[in-house]
Design a protein around this ligand. Structure first.
Ligand SMILES: Cc1cc2nc3c(=O)[nH]c(=O)nc-3n(C[C@H](O)[C@H](O)[C@H](O)COP(=O)(O)OP(=O)(O)OC[C@H]3O[C@@H](n4cnc5c(N)ncnc54)[C@H](O)[C@@H]3O)c2cc1C
Length: 390
């Protein structure tokens, strides 16, 4: 496995660093404070080609590999985790679901808009009463003639109040669950679709999180994605890619915390010397860097497995679990190394710490990742995804 980024991937980083310096860094603290969703930034990412980076060229995409997508996700999240989350939900969840499972007619209708940033996508799985146990969803779609009628509510949906296109999971058989759910594409503006209350949150305050309510929403038969009752299986596949994306998102935040802490300890003095000269501080820095590196390598490994068509479920869960806990740990240490200033909002590290927490919750909590990893180990043993076999 090659650990270096290719020249193209280095170019992704460079372009996004320059873009962020102009369009994100000067505004991110205010966006966070005021809860402003920077829609224009998403459009600009579309204009630069980043929203379609890993989609096939025939849908307007760049045809790049998963590592390139991770590089973009990591980089955006390092500069602003809210933009990183918006990006990940749009590209790796809503966009990926359509790219992977929709028919050509649906792809032609939606992917060019999602890739250009003219349309924003949201992916709706979680409900007010079901999160970890997603198969217990209550949202229901019932067929009547040439249409489906959807009733139910989805909760904590990223881009939920700003999206133009929703990928919605709903039960389509009496028993619902794993073999009785299907995914649909629902467009904003359709009668009966509305957003519930605005949800205030701990971090990622410049990302949009909303409730999406469906009251007798009628969509044509052509809104069904792929096969009837295959929605849950599609969801599991989409989540494999999504979780690798969350790992990259977490690495970006962790790296931002490490870089900020490094800069701070070099200039802060106590007891007549730089705090960087204290061994206790140095060891903390070393542990932070070790976690950042390990998390990135696990994400890269999962990306490689995915691109080679190998089983990736366990590797994706391992990368997501480790990277999210690393991000929480590293950003907490970054606050610690700033002392009292770390607790103040004029320094960015408190925002990193608030933002990092989501990585341990979204797309399956750390407990659910541990459950999935151990289930796979007990069923298959360690070998199928052993690193040496890559
Ligand atoms: C900012 C944000 C953005 C989000 N974006 C989206 C989105 O775009 N689309 C979407 O569909 N969802 C989204 N979510 C929802 C997210 O995926 C869920 O919140 C998450 O899966 C957890 O579900 P829950 O909130 O219902 O928690 P619960 O499932 O109720 O979990 C509560 C606690 O119980 C634990 N627990 C549950 N089951 C078990 C078990 N079997 N063993 C051990 N512990 C267990 C959990 O780990 C957790 O600690 C988002 C959430 C947030 C916070």
């Amino acid at each position: 496995m090659d650990f270096d980024l290719s020249p193209e991937q280095q170019q992704i980083r460079q372009t996004l660093d320059q873009f962020a310096a102009r369009e994100i860094l000067p505004h991110r603290a205010r966006w966070d404070r005021e809860g402003i969703f920077p829609r224009r930034v998403i459009e600009q990412l579309g204009e630069l080609g980043f929203l379609g980076i890993a989609f096939e060229p025939r849908w307007g995409g760049g045809g790049a590999d998963t590592l390139s997508l991770l590089t973009a996700t990591e980089c955006l999240s390092r500069h602003d985790a809210s933009v990183g989350l918006t990006y990940a939900a749009h590209v790796s969840l809503a966009g990926a679901h359509i790219a992977l499972f929709a028919g050509d007619e649906q792809r032609i209708r939606y992917l060019p808009g999602l890739v250009s940033g003219k349309l924003i996508g949201a992916w709706c799985l979680t409900e007010p009463d079901t999160g970890s146990d997603a198969a217990a969803m209550r949202t229901r779609a019932v067929r009547s003639g040439d249409n489906w009628t959807i009733n139910g509510a989805k909760m904590f949906i990223t881009n939920g109040t700003v999206a133009d296109v929703y990928v919605v999971n709903a039960a389509t058989s009496a028993q619902g669950g794993r073999d009785g759910a299907s995914a649909f594409i629902v467009e904003r503006g359709v009668k009966g679709l509305r957003n519930g209350r605005r949800i205030e949150k701990l971090g990622l305050r410049a990302s949009d999180t909303g409730e999406v309510i469906f009251e007798d929403v009628v969509v044509p038969a052509g809104a069904l994605i792929g096969e009837l009752n295959a929605g849950y299986r599609q969801t599991l596949k989409v989540l494999e890619g999504g979780r690798i994306g969350v790992a990259a998102f977490a690495v970006g935040i962790a790296r931002a915390g490490l870089e900020e802490a490094l800069a701070y300890v070099r200039q802060r003095t106590q007891f007549g010397q730089r705090i960087a000269d204290f061994q206790g501080v140095q060891w903390m820095l070393a542990d932070m860097a070790t976690r950042v590196e390990a998390a990135w390598l696990l994400a890269c490994r999962a990306a490689r497995l995915k691109d080679r068509g190998r089983p990736v479920g366990r590797a994706a869960s391992i990368a997501k679990l480790y990277a999210s806990e690393a991000a929480m740990w590293v950003t907490t240490k970054a606050v610690q190394l700033h002392g009292g200033y770390g607790y103040m909002s004029e320094f960015p590290v408190e925002r990193y710490m608030r933002d990092a927490k989501l990585a341990e919750i979204g797309e399956g909590t750390s407990e659910i990742q541990r459950l999935l990893i151990s289930k796979s180990l007990l069923a298959e043993g360690y070998l199928p995804e052993e690193p040496a076999a890559i």
